[in-house]
Design a protein around this ligand. Structure first.
Ligand SMILES: NC(=O)c1ccc[n+]([C@@H]2O[C@H](COP(=O)([O-])OP(=O)(O)OC[C@H]3O[C@@H](n4cnc5c(N)ncnc54)[C@H](OP(=O)(O)O)[C@@H]3O)[C@@H](O)[C@H]2O)c1
Length: 287
């Protein structure tokens, strides 16, 4: 008998399920996509049971769950509830709220082509957002020293605490970066900077970047001009600008899209996968 069709159940914490995630699901080869919005830990259990009590064991890997939405913390809470509801049977689950996991994994993968992350000293700007937090987590897991940048140092300290819950031996330092004096201090001795600031926010002006003589790689994830790191072009993908290898948002975005599709496709290879940022980064390393 022919294989059953693949079904991706898109659980979105926003009221309207993301069209972006649905288009990528189609392009990843999912044959049917069931999209639900307004998902919370309180209303998700019946949807999960619909996934696991319908198909026999041998077909369970052909149903999978994708958790998205603009709020990563809400997505994490839904994934926890999904895991609790996956009993006694299981289907695979992926979390990518706001594209945070696939974007962070693609950015860190790009950095790893040029610096040894185990010893690199990095600075993450805009580190309190969904993408920045995941970037910090991956860099910390790789073993290097990471400065965690925010306009408000207390917010950076909260991110450090959250990352330490996943990476207890993380070498993290919270830094406040809110004026032209802070920038050079935060950059001092760094070989890698990744800017994950909000759209249109300039986090690193060129004159401050030029004060750092140790910088080898600069990655800017802001896709809406002006650039988050002044002087980086949106399309830069490993371009050397005066001795610093640069990536812009679209330069990283191509790899992010490939990774997103590969991760969705991987969901249908087994019924017990949980793809969070670490698993998605591991996939990026294989690509
Ligand atoms: N290239 C890709 O494929 C791709 C995919 C997804 C997302 N992105 C981009 O990645 C970036 C990060 O996404 P996100 O969702 O994590 O961002 P976000 O939550 O919108 O913002 C990240 C951080 O930027 C800081 N920020 C906000 N407004 C600012 C301002 N006016 N000036 C300076 N800093 C400001 C805030 O940190 P503090 O308040 O702590 O300073 C905030 O936590 C965005 O630019 C997004 O568009 C790119």
């Amino acid at each position: 008998m022919a294989d059953k069709a693949t079904i991706l159940v898109q659980l979105d914490t926003d009221p309207l399920p993301s069209v972006f995630d649905r288009v990528v699901a189609v392009d990843s080869g999912a044959e049917h996509i069931f999209s639900y919005g307004g998902i919370t830990p309180q209303n998700v259990t019946a949807l999960v049971h619909g996934c696991i009590f319908t198909r026999g064991m041998k077909d369970l890997h052909r149903t999978a769950i994708f958790v998205g939405g603009s709020d990563v913390a809400a997505g994490e809470a839904v994934v926890a509830a999904v895991k609790a509801a996956l009993n006694p049977f299981r289907v695979s689950v992926m979390l990518d709220s706001n594209g945070s996991n696939t974007t962070a994994a693609a950015a860190v993968r790009a950095a790893a082509r040029h610096v040894d992350l185990a010893s690199a000293k990095s600075l993450v700007l805009g580190a309190t957002g969904p993408v920045g937090q995941r970037v910090v987590r991956l860099l910390a897991q790789a073993g290097g020293h990471v400065r965690v940048g925010s306009r408000a140092k207390e917010k950076a300290e909260q991110v450090c605490a959250a990352v330490r819950a996943h990476v207890p031996d993380a070498k993290l330092e919270a830094v406040g970066v809110s004026n032209s004096t802070d920038g050079p201090v935060a950059l001092e001795g760094r070989s890698l900077v990744i800017a994950a600031g909000a759209a249109k926010a300039v986090l690193l002006p060129k004159k401050i970047r030029d004060t750092c003589k140790t910088l080898k790689v600069a990655i800017d994830l802001n896709g809406v001009p002006p650039a988050g790191i002044e002087g980086i072009d949106l399309f830069d993908a490993g371009i050397d600008h005066a001795g610093t290898i640069c990536y812009g948002a679209i330069g990283v975005g191509g790899a992010k899209m490939k990774l997103h599709k590969a991760a969705v496709a991987k969901l249908f290879t087994a019924n017990n996968l949980v793809l969070d940022v670490e698993e998605i980064y591991a996939l990026a390393l294989q690509m």
